[in-house]
Design a protein around this ligand. Structure first.
Ligand code: C2O
Ligand code: CU
Length: 458
């Protein structure tokens, strides 16, 4: 079975060193009026210093990697004007957004070099940690690898009413792996334009340095207080399993679709590409002067320290983690109008190999499912090797994994990791908009190798 393949760095990688954790800049609206907040993100090529002394070319929203964080409010229309200052077409998708089809970033809905597009997000959805990233057909892996991704946070009154850590103690962490050439650039195998390269990277592309907010092994100074971290796996193909060292509890309070029903106390948090976990760490469990590491325990290549926290002194902390976070309606399988099957497997694509849904490569003209607006449906997803499956528009609940119902209350998700040879049943209700959307594997190389399917809400 094809495993993701490490693209080894040829730049001399320093031993883990310490830089301060960068925080993506918060975007400011250029206009705000009675009906909407308007932002502009200009996609630009830029050079940034990621490894000491080396200049790394990136493609960034606003010229930065990660792009600026958009902080939006539930129910408040947010319009993001994306101006393409790059030499290639782009597409922008709000991952986790309940978005009308014309603003959803359909893979062939290109913004050409020099052109721009207003993406309109009504944000008729609850508070959650979302992200935006490139979604150009056949090139998503490459364009995200070069830096086209950023946070999009939605807040609402329900969440604001809870005493969760906020302000400087609410920290977004985008985790993604990259590799570096001697000149500092982040090479990418060029799967779309270089025939023959594809087979070697069937499993996906891994890097050998794990970055947090675009920096290797960063450090955050913290006080002895609770912090909320919005963990996002923005990697092309690498899953993570995060744990604290020397030990400690991570309290998960939210997932892809916002707050959980109740907090989960964990030793490890697993995140497949595209997934998010909002977690709280209480640093008063440590002593001033402690260095607490966030480690990755999963996968090929780099394990160990991803970043670390330098614990400082005591501080006033009014935050708490309520035992009830949110009310989440459990979708009822008895109400499902239909059960549909989707197999995520390898197969043949244009005479070579690729990744397919129900044995067919992605075709913009073919619609695999036509759910009716308002209907509840069960989708049974099966895998050969691991595939993190993402649905646009519809948030869902996991009904079963290999026939077993997950423990605990239901949770809203938009991405679910199918492990090797699994059957995962999800249940969703199609509300919001009619139109054509995609479901695809969020291993971005698998997505680019055609593991994507259209559904149309009618
Ligand atoms: Cu985050 Cu269709 O993708
Ligand atoms: Cu996949």
């Amino acid at each position: 079975t094809p495993q993701p393949r490490l693209l080894p760095s040829t730049a001399p990688l320093p031993a883990p060193f310490t830089v301060p954790l960068p925080l993506p800049e918060v975007a400011r609206p250029y206009r705000t009026d009675g009906t909407a907040d308007h932002y502009e993100l200009v996609q630009r090529a830029a050079e940034v210093e990621i490894l000491p002394g080396l200049r790394t070319p990136v493609w960034g929203y606003g010229g930065s990697f990660p792009g600026p964080t958009i902080e939006a409010r539930s129910g408040r229309e947010t319009v993001v004007r994306v101006s393409n200052g790059l030499g290639v077409p782009t597409v922008t998708h709000l991952h986790g957004g309940r978005t009308p089809p014309e603003s959803d970033g359909y893979p062939t809905d290109l913004v050409r070099p020099g052109a721009r597009k207003d993406y309109t997000f009504p944000l008729d959805q609850r508070a959650a940690t979302l992200w935006y990233h490139d979604h150009r057909m056949d090139y998503t892996g490459q364009q995200v690898w070069r830096g086209l991704a950023g946070f999009f946070l939605v807040r609402d009154d329900e969440e604001d009413a809870l005493p969760l850590p906020e302000g400087e103690r609410d920290v977004p962490l985008m985790v993604c792996d990259r590799s570096f050439a001697e000149d500092g650039s982040m090479p990418y195998p060029g799967l779309a334009d270089r025939p023959g390269v594809r087979e070697a990277y069937m499993g996906g592309v891994l890097g050998d340095v794990i970055l947090v907010n675009g920096a290797p092994w960063p450090e955050l100074r913290v006080e002895r207080a609770r912090y909320r971290f919005r963990l996002l796996n923005g990697s092309n193909a690498r899953p993570y399993e995060f744990a604290l060292a020397p030990g400690g509890t991570i309290v998960q309070i939210g997932g892809d679709g916002g707050l959980l029903a109740a907090p989960r106390r964990l030793r490890r948090v697993r995140l497949a590409p595209g997934e998010r976990a909002d977690v709280v760490v209480d640093f008063s469990a440590y002593r001033a002067g402690d260095l607490v590491e966030l480690r990755n325990l999963a996968g090929e290549g780099p394990q160990g320290r991803v970043m670390r926290f330098a614990v400082g002194g005591d501080a006033r902390d009014d935050s708490a983690i309520p035992e009830t976070l949110s009310r989440i309606e459990r979708l009822d399988p008895a109400k499902a109008a239909v059960t549909r099957d989707f197999a995520f497997t390898g197969g043949s694509l244009h005479g070579g190999t690729g990744w397919l849904v129900n044995d067919r490569p992605f075709d913009t003209r073919r619609v695999e499912a036509r759910p009716r607006l308002g209907d509840t449906e069960i989708w049974r997803l099966t895998s050969d090797v691991a595939h993190p499956v993402h649905l646009h528009l519809a948030h869902f609940q996991v009904l079963s994994v290999n026939g077993e119902r997950p423990a605990g209350p239901p949770e809203w998700k938009d991405t679910v990791e199918l492990r090797e040879v699994q059957t995962v049943e999800i249940i969703t209700r199609f509300t919001g908009y009619r139109g054509r959307y995609v479901m695809h594997c969020h291993n971005l190389e698998h997505e680019d190798m055609a593991m994507m399917a259209n559904f149309e809400v009618v």
